[in-house]
Design a protein around this ligand. Structure first.
Ligand code: ADP
Length: 510
């Protein structure tokens, strides 16, 4: 199944590139190719397999104000803004390592001494399955970047300005409500207060998003009673939304160290969504529990549900599923903000949902984010901790891996690294990767797995990988994303049944 197609370029059709852009080669083909690249009104460059620049076109020389030799001798890094350099270097290294396309945004210093935002992209041209030449472009996105920044600044200023008169209106509303007795006016005032609250929430969300974009969403960590926070938030939401009964089915008692206000915000968002997207129902169930040193909170509704193909996009900014955008109002910001808050508490989130039947939104927070993962058993061929079990039975070609419980970035990286070690030390090339005991965690480690872990597994000897899926659709998305590397050479297949997975693995000939 080695997928070597993708965006890769066939060397034979671009033979001038395989000569590493030797400007002394005057063959007709070569010259016309160089003329073509030089005529492009865009920065074009090539690099070798080590990442060193081998060619830059005329546009680059013009923009930077140096000739080709000087730019190649100094390297591209000397023209990148120092603040953007670490990220660009790490992405470039990742691309060189994995063979995957390179994309980054950075500011480049031009001959006029100013920096301009560019979008850099490069693809590796393969020979024998490995890229040995990279062809890249830098597109000027300065105006677009500035416009985005201006838009964020405008949103930030506008929401600040809107907040002040709104707070005053809210105050007057409360004063009036206190002074009128039961009756028609009071009912009208209550409805008006409800709308003011909605407006206030929209403005707060806009403000938070502009802060997240500017990296300025501040957190105030302190120890608080988690159960009291749950009760208070639920009581507050129940008062605003009498249409549904919010039931706290299970509770936990513990002092948790985090930003109470921000976590209330996550819960409020999950609860208001559960109510908003279940117009035909009358209850919302909340559970809180402790598992493997994690607090797990779930909010379940009997509402419209979400189609599996939309699950992965819900936590993006401004995303709204098709079945809700026209029927329910909202800006599509709440989950984006919630995701950021949970991430900043080293937690993760996931969704179980079925269209027409309802959804359960869950988040998990580690009680002690610094807690080490301890091995319970560790021998040459057997390893076990609370997240993973790896064993390599004698006289078998297969390494068995069993993941258990709620995973996160840290546990996946830890377990994934052990898999590489055990695979190599036990000279195995087939892996039976069992995820049946993993609940619906959206692991943020998927990108790491695809870009770093999978190539290292292949280097350690991986040829065939049977992935037995977790029953959760959200976890399945994360599984597929973890092996989404078009340069992979191992064969990876997904199964719902362990027996089918094992059958497939045993049939593969090495
Ligand atoms: P908003 O509700 O303002 O659109 P959110 O970011 O809170 O923004 O939610 C994003 C999208 O996720 C919603 O537009 C909706 O499509 C979907 N969604 C969120 N919660 C639920 C739910 N409980 N049931 C069904 N769909 C939901």
């Amino acid at each position: 199944m080695g997928d070597n197609s993708g965006n890769s370029i066939d060397l034979d059709e671009n033979s001038f590139l395989s000569e590493k852009c030797d400007t002394n080669d005057h063959s007709d083909d070569h010259l016309s190719s160089l003329l073509l690249l030089n005529a492009l009104p865009q920065q074009v460059w090539t690099a070798d397999e080590t990442g060193a620049i081998t060619y830059v076109n005329k546009m680059i020389c013009h923009d930077f104000g140096f000739n080709q030799e000087t730019i190649i001798a100094h390297g591209w890094q000397s023209f990148v803004h120092p603040e953007d350099l670490p990220e660009s270097i790490s992405r470039w290294q990742e691309a060189l390592h994995s063979g995957k396309d390179y994309t980054t945004e950075f500011r480049l210093r031009f001959a006029d001494g100013h920096y301009y935002w560019h979008l850099a992209r490069a693809v590796g041209i393969k020979r024998d399955g490995k890229p040995n030449i990279w062809v890249g472009t830098n597109t000027n996105i300065h105006d677009q970047k500035n416009n985005e920044q201006r838009k964020d600044e405008f949103i930030s200023i506008a929401s600040h300005e809107l907040k002040t008169p709104l707070t005053t209106i809210k105050g007057y509303n409360q004063l009036m409500l206190r002074q009128v007795s039961e009756g028609k006016i009071k009912a009208l005032l209550e409805r008006s207060a409800g709308q003011v609250d909605r407006l206030e929430k929209l403005i707060k969300d806009l403000l938070d998003v502009s802060k997240i974009n500017a990296g300025k969403l501040l957190f105030n960590y302190e120890s608080f009673d988690f159960s009291e926070m749950l009760h208070q938030t639920i009581a507050g939401m129940q008062a605003i939304f009498p249409s549904h009964l919010i039931k706290l089915e299970t509770d936990i008692q513990l002092a948790y160290n985090g930003d109470r206000y921000r976590l209330e915000q996550v819960l409020q968002n999950f609860l208001s969504n559960a109510i908003k997207y279940s117009p035909g129902a009358d209850t919302v169930n909340v559970t809180a529990s402790l598992a493997d040193g994690n607090i797990i909170v779930s909010v379940k509704d009997d509402g419209i549900g979400i189609a599996a193909e939309n699950l992965g996009k819900l936590f993006e900014r401004y995303y709204r599923a098709d079945n809700s955008s026209s029927r329910f109002d909202g800006l599509g910001l709440g989950l984006f903000i919630s995701a950021e808050i949970i991430k900043r508490h080293s937690g993760s989130f996931w969704i179980d949902s079925e269209p027409g039947k309802g959804s359960t939104f869950s988040f998990k927070l580690p009680v002690d984010p610094q807690l080490q993962i301890e091995a319970e058993i560790r021998t040459e061929s057997y390893y076990k901790d609370r997240y993973i079990r790896i064993y390599c039975p004698k006289e078998s070609e297969i390494m068995h891996v069993e993941w258990t419980g709620y995973q996160d970035m840290r546990s996946v990286k830890h377990g994934g690294s052990l898999m590489i070690d055990y695979l190599r030390k036990n000279s195995r090339s087939k892996v039976f990767n069992d995820n049946r005991l993993v609940p619906g965690t959206w692991s943020e480690a998927s990108d790491w797995a695809a870009e770093v872990w999978l190539p290292l597994m292949e280097l350690a000897g991986l040829r065939f990988f049977a992935w037995i899926l977790s029953p959760s659709a959200f976890s399945q998305l994360s599984a597929r994303k973890s092996v989404d590397n078009k340069n992979k050479s191992a064969e990876i297949s997904f199964f719902n049944s362990a027996e089918e997975g094992m059958d497939w693995l045993e049939k593969q000939a090495l």
